[in-house]
Design a protein. Structure first.
Length: 274
C-alpha cells in the first residue's frame, strides 16, 4: 500500500514551517498538513499571504506540503470569498473541511440539509480542482462510516472524500473496519492515525456512565486493532495520506514527540510484517 505519512500538528501550535520540517524528519514522517486556523502559522484572515509563504518555506526545508486541515464551513467554501482558489493556487491538492454540528432532535432533516450542502461543496471543489475531505468525528452529525457514506454518495470521488478516524470514532463506537472501508471504497481518502484508552474510576462507579473514561493515547497502547484497519484499507488500494494526530501529553512537547516517533515506527513495522 503506497501512501503519504503526514502530521496534523495541532499541539505544535508555535511551530512554523522550518520547525515542522525538522519535527517531521525527526519522527520519520514524510510531510505535514498545514493547519489553517487562528493562532497558527497560517490563519484564515491572512491566508492569501501566509499560505504561499508557509508552502515556500517548507519547500526550502525539503518538505512538499499538499494537504491542509481547516474548519471552513460549506457556506464559506461555496460563497463569493471561497478559500478554494487560494488553496489550489498555493499547491494544496486536498483539504479537510469543517464538521456539521450534531442534531439532538430532527436528525433526518439535519442529514438531509448536510447532504444538500455537501453537493454544493462538491461543485465548488470540481470548479477549483481541489479535493474536499470530510472527517468522521465524534460529537458531530457524522460519527460513522455509514453516515459519511450518505453524505457523499453519488458525488464525484475525485473531488470529495472521507477521512476515517479510529480515535475519534472510538468515543461513540465504531463499525467493523472491513465494513467501513468497503462501504466508502473510493470515497475513503484519508486516515487519521490516533487512538484512545479506557479505564474505570471506581470512586464514581455508581454514576449513570458507571465511571468509564476515555482519553487519547499512542496507537501502540490504544484500543484500535491497527492491523485490521490497514488490512481493510489495502482491499480498496488506499493511497491517501495517513495523518498522525498526537493528542496526548499536551503540556510536554518532548515527551509527545518521543511517543509520536514510536507510533510511526510501530505502524511501519506492522505494515512490513503483513
Amino acid at each position: 500500500m503506497r501512501t503519504v505519512w503526514s502530521l496534523f500538528p495541532k499541539l505544535y501550535r508555535e511551530y512554523g514551517a522550518k520547525e515542522l520540517a525538522g519535527l517531521v524528519r525527526d519522527v520519520g514522517l514524510d510531510t505535514t498538513n498545514v493547519i489553517i486556523r487562528k493562532g497558527y502559522a497560517v490563519e484564515e484572515e491572512t491566508i492569501k499571504a501566509s499560505l504561499p509563504r508557509f508552502i515556500r518555506e517548507a519547500e526550502q526545508e525539503g518538505l512538499k506540503v499538499t494537504f491542509a486541515s481547516t474548519t471552513y464551513t460549506p457556506e464559506q467554501l461555496t460563497g463569493p470569498d471561497s478559500p478554494m482558489p487560494i488553496l489550489a493556487a498555493s499547491g494544496i491538492r486536498e483539504f479537510r473541511m469543517g464538521w456539521f454540528p450534531k442534531a439532538d432532535l430532527d436528525v433526518r432533516e439535519a442529514l438531509k440539509a448536510a447532504k444538500a450542502e455537501m453537493d454544493l461543496v462538491a461543485e465548488a471543489a470540481a470548479k477549483y480542482r481541489v479535493k474536499a475531505i470530510y472527517q468522521v468525528h465524534h460529537n458531530t452529525l457524522i460519527t460513522s462510516a455509514s453516515a459519511a457514506f450518505n453524505l457523499v454518495n453519488g458525488l464525484p470521488s475525485l473531488w470529495v472524500g472521507v477521512e476515517l478516524d479510529p480515535g475519534n470514532q472510538s468515543f461513540q463506537g465504531y463499525e467493523p473496519w472491513p465494513f467501513s472501508v468497503g462501504l466508502l471504497d473510493d470515497y475513503c481518502a484519508w486516515l487519521a492515525v490516533k487512538d484512545t484508552v479506557t479505564w474505570q474510576e471506581k470512586a464514581i462507579a455508581n454514576d449513570s456512565d458507571k465511571g468509564w473514561r476515555r482519553a487519547f493515547a499512542p496507537i501502540s497502547e490504544g484500543v484500535t486493532n491497527w492491523q485490521r484497519v490497514m488490512e481493510a484499507l489495502a482491499t480498496v488500494e488506499f493511497d491517501g495520506p495517513l495523518v498522525f494526530m498526537p493528542f496526548y501529553d499536551e503540556q510536554d512537547d518532548a515527551l509527545r514527540t518521543k511517543k509520536l516517533k514510536q507510533e510511526v515506527a510501530y505502524l511501519r513495522k506492522l505494515l512490513v510484517s503483513e
